[in-house]
Design a protein around this ligand. Sequence first.
Ligand code: ADP
Ligand code: MG
Ligand code: ZN
Length: 504
Amino acid sequence: MTVTDLALMPYEEALAAYDPVMGLEVHVELGTRTKMFCGCSTALDAEANSQTCPTCLGLPGALPVVNAKGVESAIRIGLALNCKIAEWCRFARKNYFYPDMPKNFQTSQYDEPIAYDGYLDVQLEDGEVFRVGIERAHMEEDTGKSTHVGGATGRIHGASHSLLDYNRAGIPLIEIVTKPIVGAGERAPEVARAYVAELREVIRALGVSEARMERGQLRCDVNLSLRPKGSETFGTRSETKNVNSLRSVERATRYEIQRHAAVLSSGGTVVQETRHFHEEDGSTTSGRVKEEAEDYRYFPEPDLVPVAPSREWVEELRASLPELPLVRRNRLRQEWGISQHEMQSVLNAGALDLIVATIDAGAKAAAARKWWMGELARRANEQGVELAELPITPGQVARVAALVEEGSLNDKLARQVIEGVLAGEGDPDTVVEKRGLKVVSDEGALGAAVDEAIAANPDIAEKVRGGKIAAAGALVGAVMRATRGQADAARARELILEKLGVQG
Ligand code: ADP
Ligand code: MG
Ligand code: ZN
């Protein structure tokens, strides 16, 4: 066993002695209809190798053509990340052998990325904004997919054979690389997570990819090194590959901080290597010793023309960028009059777009937020699903809110209507109809219920008459029970006080 495998230093102790430096490399699979250099479909879940052609299989004589939409998406991502856009840039061949890459090289960009030198502001849980520098965003293509069969682990070691699916080979990727992130200190894991989360929001807002991490549409490599506090020079980094959830980004960063600290403090040296992250226990293990750039024998791609986006086009794309997520969140937070903390809960619940859609469908902001963050969040939680997966639409929630607003439903009845909609009984109005859920506010029925409640509780009625108005609550309760919760409680209270001859 090497010292790297021995121990982790307690987190606080590690941070007391060292400053972490991070670098995050994020690969985003674009949602273009066709691949980056050929016309093959990018649709997911197709039969293996059904979406291939001589170009993406690297057959002799096949020539690539650049996907214009891919270039446009790259520029839009670059602009959203406050980058400069190259006036002229080329693709490069990155040469290496791996069976999932039939051309024996990856068409990528090397020293001439399409976008460079930008930044992304990310907001931490407490509202503080941390600026992450962007070194570059460049275009490249994805590899195919290998499946190792016959072993216990699904890894190549111990497998009897491997299957290859080239459907993914050639799907456009944008790789976004940060500048070294310094100054995050003990919040490095939180910054890493917040960065990837914010980047994912930006990608989605641009509409260039669904950026679903669980589907591999957004993948993150976490580079990390430590330097003794006060030191200017960077330490040796490790690169944890393909970290595929936000939580894992945070855990991998934390683990590497503790591991590097243990190595360094025991007098060892950190090896520059790639590492694998393990979901089960949040650990990382050694991968391969890191290649140097020269190992790849990069050279300009001779089969593709340079990309030279006109300044007019770039400005057009800049002008048509959507409102960016951080700006939008801050705007909504102000419009809704909620705190940073409340907004954070909305985000964590995945409720932002649902609430916005509910407001667009006519609900007031407070009501939309209340239903999604209250009753619906509770039910989603109970069923172990995301809010968006609940079988109720923002339009239906808005209708429930409208029925409450106009006084046809009280909250208790509204919850029953929601239950009915979720159970597939139909729209809110249909559920109200079928279940006979309406607030009893017609004066006749309500008046009768009030009279009965007074008659059945003479002692309490006497107290109220004598000025103990708080005691009226018990009578309201009796009315609510008698009407199976369908009475308008406020109106019932008014009537009770009226009939007992006291002022509310
Ligand atoms: P490679 O292709 O070798 O992974 P890249 O330049 O694509 O190199 O990415 C390296 C990432 O690591 C970048 O985000 C960079 O800012 C970051 N980085 C570079 N040096 C260090 C270091 N000593 N410690 C932590 N991160 C680093
Ligand atoms: Mg890398
Ligand atoms: Zn193809």
